[in-house]
Design a binder for this molecule. Structure first.
Ligand code: 5CA
Ligand code: ZN
Length: 409
């Protein structure tokens, strides 16, 4: 399915060359992300289309967008893929609870998401790839796992659902820093079923769920049913990006079990882990709790925009926090961003300003060093405060803020 449109970022003077370093969850250290030249391959886990797009989602996608922009500025092409989990338990549960058809709910929410991403000037992926339109790709990948004896149906006469055997992969716990007990707890909280009878290992994850009454289902060699969650991202990312692509990205709530499950499946299917680097963003909260659909403490991008808030102020509010920190949204955060946006707009509208070559260097190197947006904002703040008589300063700042930070002034 289509993504959304976003203007091409301007090309900045002196761009090209240089590496982008990001914190990698696998090694727990800063790592160069992407190749030195050529094309970087990025996969960002997409939304499950209900309750989209809250500020937590937006913060994650804006952070990933900084990587995309930093890569382009370094002269790389970017091959960017993103799924949409358009069939899964939470979506079906919400549709059932609200009496809405699940496909209509998904469609509405995907459209809302597209509008929000475009308004926030997030550069689009090549396409949004839904699970429903990718069933053949998913069942093919499960077939590759079967060839390695890494999937099996549970011996349940009524619902012989298929599971991935985590013991077939050596990398499941790599970089997670958690014990098996903690892993089981988190697995259970995030859609897993450690207690399902007939599983060979408590962490084995569902790859194909047989049809239940009232649930959508499709025919396949695994029986009539639908895919489990993790395997969709493994299949879609490998199909669109190839083996061992550069970065797999998402919020920290995907750091276990989602991304390790994908990496484990990819290792079994291809002999290589899914991605070279795994990037995880911090969680945005409201009133002391992670902003999440299940808690219902959500602030929606579309609601702020409908209230007349400038999307660039929303983007600046998100960028004011380092992508790896957890933070709380509040109206004060938004007000500070609005004030900053006004200061910047006033400064770039002036006929002259301070020389901005050092500002460009500072913003560029802040972003190349683990996407340090707060440091980048501080550099632009200093430029705006300084003032000066350079007639090329304002235009350069307008361009660099557009290209690197995605903020249109
Ligand atoms: N469809 C799956 C990924 S395959 C999924 O996690 N969907 S989601 O709609 O729940 O989340 C979409 C993205 O937003 C994920 O990267 C998730 O980690 C991130 N996210 C969700 N809640 C928050 C939050 N409160 N703060 C920051 N990021 C969040
Ligand atoms: Zn995913």
């Amino acid at each position: 399915m289509r993504a959304w449109n976003s203007p091409e970022p301007p090309v900045l003077p002196g761009s090209g060359g240089g590496r982008v370093l990001v914190h990698d969850s696998l090694t727990g250290a800063l790592q160069p992300a992407g190749p030195e030249t050529g094309e970087a391959r990025l996969y960002a886990c997409g939304i499950t289309p209900y309750d989209a797009t809250h500020l937590g989602h937006a913060a994650t996608y804006v952070a990933i967008d900084l990587l995309n922009r930093a890569w382009r500025d370094a002269g790389l092409g970017v091959r960017f893929a993103q799924n949409v989990t358009d069939v899964d338990d939470p979506l079906l549960e919400r549709a059932a609870a609200t009496g809405v058809d699940w496909t209509a709910l998904a469609e509405d929410q995907i459209e809302l998401y597209r509008g929000d991403m475009a308004a926030l000037r997030v550069l689009p992926p090549m396409a949004l790839t839904g699970v429903v339109e990718s069933l053949g790709i998913v069942t093919d990948l499960i077939g590759r796992l079967r060839d390695e004896q890494a999937v099996y149906p549970v011996p349940d006469p009524e619902y012989p659902d298929w599971y991935f055997s985590v013991t077939k992969a050596s990398n499941l716990m790599q970089g997670t820093g958690i014990s098996m007990l903690e892993a089981e707890e988190i697995f259970a909280e995030r859609g897993g079923d450690p207690d399902r009878p007939g599983k060979r290992h408590r962490l084995d994850c569902l790859v194909w769920r047989q049809e239940r009454p009232g649930e959508p289902a499709w025919d396949s060699w695994l029986g009539r049913g639908r895919p489990g969650w993790h395997v969709e991202c493994t299949a879609i990312s490998l199909d669109l990006l190839g083996e061992e692509f550069d970065v797999q990205a998402g919020g920290r709530d995907l750091a276990f079990p989602h991304h390790p499950m994908c990496a484990a499946e990819a290792l079994v299917a291809t002999g290589r882990p899914m991605a070279k680097v795994f990037l995880h963003t911090g969680m945005v909260g409201l009133d002391g709790a992670k902003m999440s659909k299940s808690r219902g403490n959500l602030v929606f991008v579309s609601r702020l925009l409908a209230e007349g808030v400038d999307p660039m102020a929303v983007r600046l509010a998100l960028l004011a926090h380092h992508y790896r920190s957890d933070w709380e949204y509040s109206t004060a955060v938004l007000e500070q961003a609005q004030a900053r946006l006004e200061r910047w707009r006033t400064a770039v509208a002036a006929p002259t300003g301070a020389d901005a070559t050092a500002t460009l260097d500072a913003v560029r190197s802040a972003l190349r060093h683990d996407l340090d947006a707060p440091a980048a904002l501080a550099a632009v703040d200093s430029w705006a405060e300084a003032g000066g008589d350079d007639p090329s300063g304002p235009a350069l700042v307008r361009d660099l803020v557009d290209a690197l930070l995605g903020v249109a002034l």
